[in-house]
Design a protein around this ligand. Structure first.
Ligand code: CA
Length: 228
């Protein structure tokens, strides 16, 4: 059963969310501010944090940033709850590391759908379902990669890197985030190691032009996308 921590100072919203979560078969935990949330997260990390942007004391955005910068909580899925619909705020929320955001008011149905989507995405690099993009296919169980049907041999790290990318398409990851998510949290590896493996992965994919899927985003990191 998935445990969801709701950090929200408004009781009515906590109750509504709690009701929706329980109805969806999820376990509900609550905190009314960031400090309380940190205590809950430290003692028993939830599967996902539903975080209100506007909180008394430390804001939801500051808490999200803090969680992302701590090795132990860097991979914790976060959805921001926000009353702000402004595009720059939306980008800001995702930049500090939220996986998604939901604008108030929202329906219980939308909430559960978004939570499930983020949980699916965040756990996806460990999942077993085959992935396929434009002739590039990856089978996690058989540990096989094929390009237009032809097998492609990849070293374990390149395989894992590609698996992660294909599980999280169209999103930019910094070298630090890739280290956390692909190499594992708390592993001490230099960031330029990521560049080395990206280069190897591109070289392997290059034969059929699929290296264009691994895109460099200047000043930000790397992205997997079938679009240019
Ligand atoms: Ca609030």
């Amino acid at each position: 059963m998935k445990r969801i921590l709701v950090v929200e100072d408004e009781q009515a919203i906590r109750e509504m969310v709690g009701f929706a979560l329980k109805k969806a078969g999820m376990q509900f935990e609550e905190a009314t501010d960031a400090e309380q949330a940190l205590v809950v997260i430290a003692s028993n990390p939830p599967d996902l944090v539903l975080l209100d942007w506007m909180l008394p004391g430390m804001s939801g955005v500051d808490l999200a940033r803090r969680l992302r910068h701590d090795d132990v909580t860097a991979g914790l899925p976060i959805i921001l709850l926000t009353a702000r619909v402004d595009e720059s705020d939306r980008v800001h929320g995702l930049e500090v590391g939220a996986d998604d955001y939901i604008t108030k008011p929202f329906s219980p149905r939308e909430l559960i759908a978004r939570i499930n989507a983020v949980l699916r995405r965040s756990g996806a690099e460990l999942e077993d379902q085959p992935l396929e993009f434009d002739g590039l296919s990856l089978d996690p169980v058989g540990h096989r990669v094929r390009v237009n049907g032809d097998p492609l041999n990849l070293a374990p790290t390149e395989f894992r890197l590609l698996h992660f990318f294909m599980s999280h398409p169209d999103r930019v990851y910094s070298r630090e985030q890739l280290l956390d998510r692909v190499w594992g949290r708390g592993v001490f590896v230099e960031e330029r190691t990521v560049d080395v493996h990206i280069r190897r992965l591109r070289k392997a994919l290059n034969r059929r032009g699929h290296d264009r899927f691994i895109q460099t985003v200047r000043g930000a990191g790397y992205r997997f996308s079938v679009r240019d």
